[in-house]
Design a protein around this ligand. Structure first.
Ligand SMILES: [Fe+2]
Length: 320
């Protein structure tokens, strides 16, 4: 093992091999692997693709939210394949069943409502559009999946009882595959100055006793217990899994693009380009339709209308 006895430059050049005799030419014949890195908002990103295909560093429009200059980063290890962790982000019904209905976990009352679900592709990935009835209002929540490994959400505390425009995502989740059966999520939460730091995330690791995790499961328990690599052939997908199917299609399209030498979705080649993203919460006054069935149609239509409005004029508004 030569590594502890090397002095290596930032580009991987071997500068010195102090354990070798002075006349050794070993250092001239070897090169250590190295990847370009970039520090951004307290995180270090590495580019590990072919050097001649290196894109611009992706800067998202959520990077600098006006007034949100406090950053909190958390990191969680998941002993399973990365895809079963990520495809959960396009399954909004799990939020009600796994988080909001029984335990809250920082989700407002409005999240207990199942509402209507819709999914739409965006230039960088896709979003879900989740609409819930809150009295005379419709709470429209859009969440980004940015292929292949990123998602963004606006605040979970939205109550939906006050009309307002598009409040941008404040939380960005990166997922880093380590190998086929291990991955790490890195969560960046942006906050206003003076806000108290976010509490610990519930259910994002396996540190709780087994019985407690069985009685009050979190995301970690739901995803890791699918086995180290979930077997898609054994799944029985329902209508609420439409987003999961779309997400997997986007991953597949991206893999094929790379195999054919093309850029997958979301790769930036223009220096200085800021990537538009789509996650937000908005609340609209739309009094209920006379019947439940008609109201569901109205919720779906309100969600589509909100999405079209957002696409025509993306907002940079943030929650007060
Ligand atoms: Fe979750």
């Amino acid at each position: 093992m030569l590594l502890p006895r090397l002095a290596v430059g930032v580009d991987g050049a071997i500068l010195d091999t102090p354990g070798e005799p002075p006349e050794s030419t070993l250092k001239n014949r070897l090169c250590h692997g190295a990847y370009p890195v970039r520090e951004h908002q307290g995180l270090v990103f590495a580019y590990m693709g072919p050097p001649d295909r290196m894109p611009e560093f992706p800067i998202y429009d959520t990077s600098n939210l006006p007034g949100y200059d406090r950053y909190h980063v958390t990191k969680h290890h998941w002993p399973c394949n990365w895809l079963q962790v990520k495809d959960n982000c396009m399954d909004p019904s799990h939020t009600a069943f796994l988080h909001a209905i029984e335990m809250g976990h920082g989700f407002s009352e409005a999240h207990k409502e199942l509402g209507t679900l819709d999914w739409v592709e965006t230039p960088v990935g896709m979003i879900y559009i989740h609409c819930r009835r809150v009295g005379d209002n419709v709470f429209v929540r859009m969440t980004d999946y940015i292929s292949p490994t990123l998602h963004q959400i606006a605040t979970n505390a939205e109550e939906g009882n006050r009309e307002h425009g598009f409040y941008r995502a404040t939380n960005t989740f990166w997922l880093v595959p380590i190998d086929d059966t291990n991955c790490v999520t890195i969560v960046l939460r942006r906050q206003r100055e003076g806000a108290s730091p976010p509490g610990p995330s519930f259910g994002q690791d396996g540190d709780r006793p087994y019985e407690e995790r069985q009685r009050s499961p979190g995301d970690w328990d739901a995803q890791v217990t699918q086995r180290p690599i979930a077997v898609h052939a054994m799944e029985r997908l329902g209508t609420t899994d439409r987003g999961v199917i779309m997400l997997r299609g986007l991953v597949r399209d991206g893999i094929r693009a790379v195999q054919e030498g093309r850029d997958p979705k979301g790769v930036v080649r223009t220096p200085g380009e800021i990537i538009t993203t789509y996650a937000n919460n908005s609340v609209w006054r739309v009094p209920p339709a006379p019947t439940l069935e008609e109201d569901r149609a109205l919720l779906l239509e309100s969600g589509r209308r909100a999405f079209e409005q957002y696409m025509a004029s993306p907002s940079l508004e943030t929650a007060p």
